[in-house]
Each structure stands twice: as C-alpha cells, then as structure tokens.
Ligand binder design. Structure first.
Ligand code: GFB
Length: 317
C-alpha cells in the first residue's frame, strides 16, 4: 500500500477504528489523521464538510458509528438509524467535496435479510425483511453502502464497503446492558468469578448461531481491500466459523475459569436465528483470518483483566 498517502480514520477511539490505526501504523503509514468527537461531530454536516475541506485526506476509512448489542439496538432504533445515517451521508458527501479519491465504509452483517440463505452472500442484500431488533442500524448501513456504490458510479470516486460479521477484541465495550454478547459475557463471568457468585444470567435461549471475528483480522481485511485496484462495491468479512450462543458461553466460562452456573433468561430477545457470512469473495483475493476464536477470547480476557486493573475498561457508549 502507498504509505505516503494521508489516511483519515473516522472513529479512531472505537474498537474498529483503533484497530485500523494500529494496522496502518504496522505498515509504516506516515500520516494518519484522526479527530476526537469533541473536535468533529460527524452527525453535523457543516463541521464534517469544514473538517474534510481543511485536512483533505487522500483516503478515508469510515469506522465511526453508533454501535451496540441487541439490547441497545432494540431500545433505540431511532437513534441508531438517525446517527448512523447522518455519519454515512455527511462523511461520503464531505469526502467527495474535498476530492478524497478513496473511501472505505464499514457496515455490518445485520444489513442482510433476517432469513437470508446461509452462509450469506453479498447478493442477498435487499432480498427480504430485516431483523427487527436492529432494523434502524441496518437501514443506516444499507444507505451508507449504497451511497458509496452510487457515488462511485455517478462521480467516478473509488468508494467501497466491507460488511464485517460480529466483531470482538482489543478496545471493546464492556457495558453489560448495551454491549455486544461476547464482551458482555466476559464481563459477566469475570464479575461472577471475582465475587464468587453462583449464577450468571445470560439472554435468550442460547440457540442462535453467530460468527465472530477478531477486530485485528478485520483491520487487516480493511488494508487488503484498500490495496485492491478495483474492489467490488461490497464484500463480507467473516471468520467462516459459527457457534451457538450457548457454545460461546461455555468457551468464555472456560477461558475465565469461572465456575458459576448459567441461567438463560427467556424474557430477553434471541435476535436473528443465524448470521453466517459467506466471505469467499474477499478470500478469493487472498485475505484470510489469522486469529481463531479460542485464541482470540483468551487474549481478550487477558486484555480485559489488564484494563480492569488499570481502570481503563470501557463501560459505555
Ligand atoms: O452481540 P449481540 O448483542 O447482537 O448478541 P446481535 C445477541 C445474541 O446473544 C442474542 C444473546 O441471541 C442474545 O440472546 N445473548 C446472550 C446476549 N446473553 C447475552 C448478553 O448478556 N448480552 C447480549 N447483548 N446478548 C448485533 C446488532 O446483533 O450484531 C448490531 O444488534 C450489530 O446491530 C451486531 O449488527 C454485529 O448479534 O444479535
């Protein structure tokens, strides 16, 4: 990749953005631009335009988003739709106005229909109804990827998208109410282990299937996509391995060394029954994940313990 270009990573304090920054640094990129939320509110059109006009990056990676797990999404579909649609529209348009030649937009596998054939290929997009618990987030991400596709077609700029599966890893958010399932389970089992609690309450039936990818594998996929001269508009990024929520819980209980009993709370939602990405398109260009789930969970538990000890664990959105 061209390490002399100026790269802007939107959302550099989040799990995905910080992993992309680390990956760009590993490649030796000299100029990585970032902006804190206080300096640049991406939901604000005027500030976003002004920022791009002033800094004029060569490449933009849009990893900024309002994100959360099934609890946060289902409680706030309006906020997830509004904030994410504003971020997508403002960044794509401001980048175009500032003559940014290349932009990589990050979405999510929840853009696909709830009952899409599995593993889910990119061409399943817009073929059926969405999962209700995260419909707002999904609609915003669909709009974002379509903006990229249409700007590319209409204006000749190289704007394209990756759709990652469920992510976890360094810098995750451990908020047990609004967070994603994997970090939430780490926190719940760690709290039970350290307090000696006899039970851990988890949500739903434990039967849904999910695919998990370590965020460092996603960051490498981003650089892979940015290296491609003529990337497809949309490519999935997943590990290819799915586990039930129950299996995930057992893995995390083992990794934490917690002996508490699991209780399943059926009043909480299961969400989509299955969500396995077909990532053969990106893999056909040579990318492959490097971190298997057990290894990634073990590393994440260590990082979580270090963050707790240092008082730096993220507990909110
Ligand atoms: O990561 P998660 O919250 O969201 O995982 P999604 C939800 C699944 O884990 C459901 C089960 O089947 C839950 O019933 N689960 C079990 C738990 N225990 C817990 C728990 O303590 N906390 C949580 N959060 N779940 C998200 C979307 O969907 O996936 C986002 O809401 C995004 O929009 C993300 O697309 C990738 O996998 O269901």
């Amino acid at each position: 990749m061209d390490t002399s270009l100026r790269y802007f990573v939107a959302g550099h304090r989040g799990m995905v953005g910080s992993a992309v920054v680390r990956a760009l640094q590993r490649r030796g990129c000299a100029s990585i631009l970032t902006a804190t939320h206080a300096d640049l509110d991406l939901t604000d059109q005027a500030s976003t335009r002004a920022w791009f006009a002033e800094h004029r990056p060569d490449v933009a990676v849009i990893a900024a988003a309002k994100v959360g797990g099934i609890g946060a999404n289902s409680a706030a579909n309006a906020t997830f739709l509004y904030e994410n649609i504003m971020i997508a529209a403002n960044t794509v348009e401001a980048a175009y106005r500032a003559d940014v030649k290349r932009l990589l937009f990050l979405g999510s596998s929840c853009i696909y229909p709830r009952m899409a054939p599995q593993p889910i290929r990119e061409d399943a997009l817009l073929t059926g109804a969405l999962e209700k618990t995260n419909e707002g987030y999904a609609l915003a991400k669909i709009s974002g990827l379509k903006l990229c596709e249409f700007y590319r077609k209409q204006f000749g700029v190289l704007y394209h998208s990756l759709m990652p599966t469920n992510l976890y890893g360094t810098g995750d958010n451990y908020d047990v109410v609004g967070g994603h399932v994997l970090p939430t389970m780490i926190r719940k089992f760690e709290v039970a282990r350290t307090t000696g609690a006899k039970t851990v309450d988890l949500w739903g039936s434990g039967t849904p299937l999910r695919e998990f990818l370590h965020v460092d594998d996603l960051a490498e996929a981003c650089l892979y996509a940015l290296d491609m001269e003529n990337p497809p508009d949309l490519m999935n990024v997943g590990s290819g391995r799915e586990v039930t929520i129950r299996q995930l819980a057992e893995m995390i209980r083992t990794a934490t060394g917690c002996e508490a009993e699991i209780r399943w709370d059926s009043t909480k939602p299961d969400g989509t029954p299955r969500k396995l990405c077909d990532s053969s398109l990106l893999r056909s260009f040579g990318w492959a994940p490097a971190i298997d789930l057990e290894e990634g969970i073990a590393k994440t538990v260590i990082e979580y313990r270090e963050a707790v000890a240092a008082g730096t664990v993220r507990l909110g959105h």
